[in-house]
Design a protein around this ligand. Structure first.
Ligand code: HEC
Length: 142
């Protein structure tokens, strides 16, 4: 099992985290977003956890913010604003399964950004949110 996981991680890492499913890490997914953000804007200077936090907490074009369903504290359990179903925490420190599968991450970013922002999020926005969420890891330096 362990061997299996690290083998697919290596494959996924070599693919630079673009468009492939499989076991990944938050860092590998962030690296893929950094490549995409740099391609979209040559002046790209990196991701900001602070900007990600503002984006996550703000109401954009609709009635919901990301925090409406995920709670204002990404280490805490969320609650779906419409169905009332509980949602496991988004921060990897509280939920190690988060951001370990690019296809899952992309699927939900797409759906939730459309609901909250009225369009897909840019690579810059996704990377900023990811930086904010992973910064919630105790001992993390980002
Ligand atoms: C209407 C409720 C709702 C809103 C608003 C919402 N989400 Fe979600 N989100 C969900 C649900 C439901 C899931 C899938 C269930 C799960 O993963 O626990 C999910 C999953 C995710 C995931 C998957 C993470 C992973 O890889 O496991 C990410 C990332 C995410 N949401 C980000 C956001 C962001 C960013 C916003 C704001 C732009 C947002 N969500 C707004 C309901 C919501």
């Amino acid at each position: 099992m362990r061997t299996c996981l690290s083998a697919s991680w290596i494959v996924a890492s070599f693919a630079a985290g673009v468009g492939l499913a499989g076991a990944q890490t938050p860092d590998a997914i962030a690296a893929g977003y950094a490549d995409a953000a740099r391609a979209a804007a040559p002046g790209f200077t990196g991701f900001s956890a602070q900007r990600g936090q503002r984006f996550f907490q703000a109401v954009h074009s609709g009635e919901w913010s990301c925090a409406s369903c995920h709670s204002a504290n990404p280490l805490a359990q969320g609650r779906h604003a419409k169905t009332g179903k509980t949602i496991a925490p988004l921060a990897p420190a509280a939920n190690p399964e988060r951001f370990t599968n690019l296809a899952t991450t992309e699927k939900w970013f797409k759906r939730n950004c459309n609901d909250v922002v009225g369009r897909e999020c840019s690579a810059q926005e996704k990377g900023d949110v990811l930086a904010y969420l992973t910064q919630r890891a105790p001992g993390s330096t980002r």
